[in-house]
Structure formats: structure tokens, C-alpha cells
Write a protein that binds this ligand. Structure first.
Ligand code: 4AD
Ligand code: MG
Length: 460
């Protein structure tokens, strides 16, 4: 029976006739026998195989090189070598797929992140990207477990949409029209002839739909892909990313902050608990301060700070920032990072932003000038979460939509929620890739997602 290398390495005793399959990481040939290190992706560790001359399949050994896939039948025996408890003494070795050692791009040396991005189809076979993808998987499971345990309903919101949730216009247009025929200068495209009879986009957030469900099921969350056509080539922006969006009925901004803090702590603790070997790689080779930073996040309350107080801290900081700091402007990554890395040295929940810089759906505070918005800022990344208490009052919402230059008609169903049994409700969006950056210390978002989509990059 085939066993995974993870199972083999955790075996409680020797085993006869195990079958393991994987890719060769290294090969060392000696007189009369050969050592193979193979990895099957089940864990970071390799399994050592000893193939003696004369074992069936040994005549093929010259073709079994780094990168090749193999199938090994043998006995799992305790290993005299250092660093591993078990190894396999092969009784048969079979080459499944060869890899030309001259052209296989993954060599034994360490490769740069930039180079590995150019071979993103093969980088999951390295220790680092293998670990990253296992952590990503575990983190994804942790998200569902977390909300399931709290009694939230998982909902699936549409990816194709006719409304702009963030009102920022950074949306990808989706069309079934033949653009080659349409691009006649000076002529307006008639979207009534398009698939949906109107303009359609890829969603920037599932929030508006999630609010609908929250106003029926109470507590819900969605975890899906979202798209932003922002032309920002930064280490923390991609055009396609995954967002987790909880939405709670009968909840205000303070409840929202409590959930955000608890969720971030629980996610990180879960991955540390379940993926110790993979996490160790990041702590050793990627970010020496990772352990202490994560301890700090888990052990301490996040700071809750008014937007106005943040502005005055930044203005008094004496720091030279590239972008100006003044009331009424949004914070830039450099400001966010100053607050949580230098000033507070812990995650910060910034709240009550001026309404002019936030979307229409956020609840206007009694001062009339600010909205009940909150952003969670974390060290190394900046903004991890954006959320708010939603505007539940019909008249306020209608005037905010109009003020934002959006069409009331496009949001009739959203507005209806305020007409029939409206309730205070709150939610947020957490960028899954940014959570992975925080958890692993990886500083470029392109290295926590399988095939990053960024401006001018749609390979793979
Ligand atoms: O702050 P944002 O834009 O909030 C919303 O979309 C709300 N509708 C969510 C809600 O309340 N349900 O985005 C939420 C998070 C950000 O804090 C950030 O972590 C991530 O999504 N994000 C991105 N991640 C990677 N690349 C991008 N281009 C991102 N834009 C936002
Ligand atoms: Mg935001």
C-alpha cells in the first residue's frame, strides 16, 4: 500500500513492503549502491532511500535524477543517519517520469524569490514554497473551522456583479461582446446587447450580498476570490486575491473589532500549532523576528485608536514620510507601518475615519463627519483588515449613495434591507494573502499566492 512520506517518517516501528512515490530531491551515487532523497509534498522532510545494485530497476538509475518522479517499494527501517528516524531500503525502484538534469531549473543551491517567481509552476517543489502552500491550506481550513465553531454560516456570494461595492471603480469589466468589432472610436458601447443586458464586473468584495444574508441568517461569512484593477505594483497588492468577509447582524463596531482581533489571533495560533515544521523554515530563513512578533500578536490586545489621534501621532512623530499626513487623507502603508511597528509595536485598530475617504455603506457617526470604519494594521504588512458598522438607516444610506455618485437604482435590493426590518450590522474583509504574509514573515505578496496576478503579469 502506498504511504505518504509524512506517515512513513512518523511511523511507530519498522514496516515491510511499503510503497512510496515522490520526486527526487537529491541523488548520491556510491560504489554498489545509491542514496535518493525523495519528497512527495506531504511534509517538508525528505525520505531517504537506499537502492542497492541488483535491486530491480537499478539498471535505470542513471536516468533517476533530481526532479524525476519515482515509485519505490521497500522496507521501512530505522536509520543510522543523523536527522531522520526512518529510511527505506528499496526492494524495487521504478522511474515514473524522467527530468533532464541539464535543463531542470531547480538546483540544489538556494534560488532567489525573483527567479522562483519566473518558474512559479515548479516552485512548490522547493522547501519554502512547499511549506507556504501547506500553511495556506491549513490556514484556509482554520478559517472555516473558526467560523463554524462560532456558529457562522458559510455563504457563497457571486463573483460576477453589476454593482461597485467599494465605489472606487477599480473593477474588471466582464463582457461577452466581441471587442474587436466594438472598438470604433467615438462610438459608445451598448451594454444592453451584452450578456447581462448591462455592464458586468468581477466583484471587488462579497460584502453587499453578505449583508443580505446576515439580515436573514444572523452571522455569516464568505471566503472567496476578489478582484481589483488597481494599477499598483507594490509588495502587498495583487489583482486577484482571496478575502474572508464575516458579517454579523445585531452587531456594532466594537463587536466587529472584537471578532477581528480574536480571528487573527486564532488563525495564527492554529497554524503554529498544526504546521510547526513548515513554520520553522520561515522563522529560521525568512524572518528572524517572526516568533517574537507572533507571540506578541497572540499575547496582547490590539491597540484601538481613533483616526484623529493617529493623525496627530503621525504629525508629531518627526518622521520623514513620502506622503503627507493630514486630516481627511487616507493613510499610506508607510504611515500604517510606523504606527504598528515603531510607535505601538503591536497591531492597531484604527477607527472612525472621515466619511469622505470611505465608501457609502459605512455608518455615519453622530458627529456627522466621520463613519464607523475600522482598519486593522499589522507589523510588516500595514492594512490587513478593512471593515465597518454598516449604515442601517434608510435616509442616511440613500443620501450617501447619491453623494458618492452612484445610482440608487443599482442598489435597490441593498436599500430594501433598510426598508424591511433593518438592524444594526457590521462586518469586515480580511485579505487572506496578507494574513499569510503576517504569519510567515514573507514580505512580498507574490510569494504567498500560487500564481500572482499583477499588472502586466498573467503567466501560468
Ligand atoms: O479594505 P477593503 O477594500 O474592504 C472591503 O472590500 C470591504 N467591502 C470588506 C468588508 O467589509 N466586507 O479590503 C479588505 C482587505 C484589505 O484590508 C486587504 O487586506 C485586502 O482586502 N486587500 C487586498 N489584498 C491584496 N491585494 C489587493 N489589491 C487588496 N486590496 C484589498
Ligand atoms: Mg481598505
Amino acid at each position: 500500500m502506498r504511504i505518504r512520506i509524512k506517515q512513513a517518517l512518523n511511523s511507530s516501528g519498522p514496516q515491510d513492503d511499503v510503497l512510496v512515490k515522490g520526486w527526487v530531491r537529491t541523488k548520491r551515487q556510491s560504489k554498489g549502491f545509491c542514496f535518493l532523497e525523495i519528497n512527495d509534498g506531504s511534509c517538508i522532510k525528505n525520505l531517504q532511500i537506499i537502492v542497492d545494485e541488483g535491486v530491480p530497476g537499478y539498471d535505470n538509475i542513471d536516468s533517476i535524477n533530481t526532479g524525476a518522479s519515482v515509485s519505490i517499494c521497500g522496507h521501512l527501517v530505522s536509520s543510522p543517519g543523523k536527522g531522520q528516524a526512518w529510511e527505506v531500503k528499496a526492494i524495487e525502484v521504478r522511474l515514473i517520469g524522467a527530468a533532464d538534469p541539464e535543463t531542470y531549473p531547480l538546483q540544489k543551491k538556494r534560488h532567489s524569490d525573483e527567479f522562483l517567481r519566473s518558474i512559479a509552476h515548479l516552485r512548490p517543489r522547493t522547501n519554502k514554497y512547499g511549506a507556504m502552500n501547506r500553511i495556506r491550506s491549513e490556514m484556509s481550513f482554520a478559517v472555516h473551522k473558526y467560523f463554524h465553531d462560532l456558529g457562522f454560516n458559510c455563504i457563497h456570494t457571486p463573483i460576477l456583479t453589476g454593482s461597485d461595492c467599494e465605489g472606487a471603480g477599480e473593477m474588471f469589466l466582464v463582457t461577452a461582446l466581441d471587442l474587436d468589432k466594438l472598438c470604433v472610436e467615438g462610438k459608445k458601447v451598448n451594454f444592453e446587447q451584452d450578456f447581462f443586458g448591462k455592464r458586468a464586473h468581477l466583484t471587488v468584495s462579497g460584502q453587499l450580498n453578505a449583508e443580505n444574508l446576515a439580515c436573514a441568517l444572523g452571522d455569516v461569512y464568505t471566503f472567496g476570490p476578489t478582484f481589483r484593477a488597481e494599477n499598483s505594483n507594490t509588495p502587498k497588492h495583487v489583482a486577484e486575491f482571496w478575502m474572508i468577509e464575516p458579517e454579523m447582524a445585531f452587531a456594532d463596531l466594537a463587536d466587529n473589532m472584537d471578532l477581528a482581533q480574536d480571528m487573527v489571533k486564532t488563525m495564527i495560533a492554529h497554524v503554529r500549532q498544526e504546521c510547526p515544521e513548515d513554520m520553522e523554515l520561515f522563522a529560521r530563513f525568512v524572518d528572524k523576528e517572526l516568533e517574537s512578533r507572533l507571540d506578541n500578536i497572540i499575547d496582547n490586545e490590539f491597540v484601538r485608536l481613533l483616526y484623529t489621534d493617529a493623525i496627530s501621532i503621525l504629525q508629531k512623530s518627526g518622521q520623514k514620510f513620502e506622503f503627507p499626513v493630514e486630516y481627511g487623507r487616507d493613510l499610506q502603508t508607510e504611515h500604517e507601518r510606523y504606527l504598528c511597528e515603531k510607535y505601538f509595536k503591536t497591531p492597531v485598530i484604527l477607527y472612525n475615519y472621515p466619511k469622505e475617504i470611505k465608501p457609502f455603506y459605512m455608518r455615519v457617526n453622530d458627529d456627522g463627519a466621520t463613519v464607523a470604519a475600522m482598519d486593522v494594521l499589522v507589523p510588516g504588512v500595514g492594512e490587513l483588515i478593512g471593515g465597518s458598522q454598516r449604515e442601517e438607516r434608510l435616509d442616511f444610506l440613500e443620501s450617501r449613495i447619491a453623494e458618492s455618485g452612484l445610482e440608487l437604482d443599482d442598489y435597490w435590493w441593498y436599500i430594501d434591507l433598510r426598508r424591511f426590518g433593518t438592524v444594526p450590522h457590521s462586518g469586515f474583509g480580511l485579505g487572506f494573502e496578507r494574513l499569510l504574509m503576517l504569519t510567515t514573515g514573507v514580505s512580498n505578496i507574490r510569494d504567498v499566492i500560487l500564481f500572482p496576478r499583477t499588472p502586466n503579469a498573467l503567466e501560468f
